[in-house]
Design a binder for this molecule. Structure first.
Ligand SMILES: [Zn+2]
Length: 405
């Protein structure tokens, strides 16, 4: 571990022996709270504009089909798939809005040396929302949809799309302006100024949410204990991790079959059309010469879900059988699963966008298919499986760590 002072900013890095990479443990960001507060304020304004005006407008043979940010989710819910519609609304608007509002309510007062009642619980929720707010993935879906319909009709970009791009940039800037460790310390400073003695190490656990070092005597390991700062439950290992991860993976494997066999949408032009699966959608992009996009959709929608299912199943089985093989590589596999899994939602967003845009009467229509429900479920289940799996079990099982579940 070491620190550097570059200008006014100070960062402390750990040299991770698992990844042989440097990860930031703590980074002091001057005026981070103030900058984040202003950026969240701007993000809220951009989110309101993104919902107030047309997002994309399709024009073909005298017909005009405007669509708003939420049009796709509403249309797919009307087409008998309310679960997909609700998921899209939550991932694209609900969770980003919750992040912005919590950022304003918690980080804003902290910037002025104050804190609101319930700030700790709100910030705990903010941290949990992070992987589920998917504005940047939705934008990739917009790019894919745009290239799919550009040959069919004229596509006009509305003011909402520009506001949505500004929303993504301001939210990324706000996230990078905040140092989470600093927020928690300002909400409630940790009392321990030194590490506990080595002989007591097994009586202390780090909170999964706020990283507070908490005393958890061995005799109370199985009793319910909560973090005194954020209220999260304390445990040496995630509760019942293997069984929960295994059950989620098994359900995802079963749903992966209908997700790829059933059509995700049907394109009807002049009264005729063929239902199309996820793989057929990739072939269409290749046929249109859109190789880079075809590659992105193939990787995000076919390769990543399949590799996630295989690799997570392998990780669970390797813990079950106490494997000592390639511990470091298996931990890297887990981190990659956590990082890229959410990008598979791009195909769900593409189908909802196309279903909203291509409503041109007898000229052309796109109808969502049952496969998209199964596919959305596979993505959500594998994301949850990655969250329920505790990677420390890999090291426990190999006997490289004294702790046991
Ligand atoms: Zn905590």
């Amino acid at each position: 571990m070491r620190s550097t002072a570059g200008g006014a900013a100070v960062a402390i890095w750990c040299h991770c022996r698992v990844f042989s990479l440097r990860g930031t443990l703590f980074a002091y960001k001057p005026d981070g709270m103030e900058r984040a507060f202003i950026l969240y304020l701007a993000a809220l304004i951009f989110l309101i504009i993104a919902n107030a005006f047309p997002f994309l407008t399709l024009k073909a043979q005298g017909m005009v089909q405007p669509s708003h940010l939420l049009s796709g989710a509403i249309d797919i819910a009307r087409d008998g798939m309310p679960e997909v519609g609700i998921a899209v609304v939550l991932f694209v608007i609900g969770f980003p809005l919750a992040k912005i509002l919590i950022g304003l309510a918690v980080v804003g007062p902290l910037a002025f040396g104050r804190r609101i009642v319930g700030a700790n619980a709100l910030y705990r929720l903010y941290e949990r929302l992070h992987p589920w707010a998917m504005t940047e993935i939705f934008f990739l879906g917009v790019l894919v949809s745009y290239t799919k319909i550009i040959n069919l009709a004229t596509v006009e970009i509305g003011p909402s799309l520009y506001a949505f791009m500004a929303l993504i940039l301001t939210m990324l800037a706000a996230d990078s302006a905040i140092d989470t460790h600093d927020v928690w310390e300002r909400l409630q400073p940790s009392r321990a100024k030194a590490l506990p003695p080595a002989e007591e190490a097994e009586q202390w656990v780090g909170c999964h949410t706020c990283q507070l070092l908490c005393h958890l005597p061995a005799e109370s390991a199985h009793a319910k204990a909560s973090c005194p700062r954020c209220g999260s439950s304390l445990h040496r290992r995630k509760h019942d991790s293997l069984n929960r991860t295994g059950a989620l993976l098994l359900t995802a494997v079963l749903l992966y079959i209908p997700a790829n066999v059933y059509p995700v949408m049907t394109f009807v032009s002049l009264g005729s059309g063929e239902p199309s699966t996820i793989l057929a959608g990739v072939e269409e992009l290749i046929g249109a010469g859109m190789w880079p996009l075809a590659l992105i959709v193939f990787v995000a929608s076919i390769l990543v879900p399949m590799l996630k299912l295989i690799s997570m199943t392998y990780l669970v089985l390797s813990v079950r059988f106490g494997s000592r093989w390639h511990l470091r590589d298996r931990t890297v596999i887990y981190r990659l699963n956590e990082l890229v899994g959410r990008w598979s939602m791009v195909d769900v967003f593409v189908v909802t966008l196309l279903a909203a845009l291509v409503q041109l009467g007898s000229l052309a229509n796109i109808v969502p298919g049952a496969g998209i429900v199964a596919f959305a479920m596979v993505v959500m289940l594998t994301m949850t499986a990655a969250l329920t799996f505790d990677p420390r079990l890999l090291w426990d099982a190999a006997g490289a760590n004294h702790e046991r579940r």
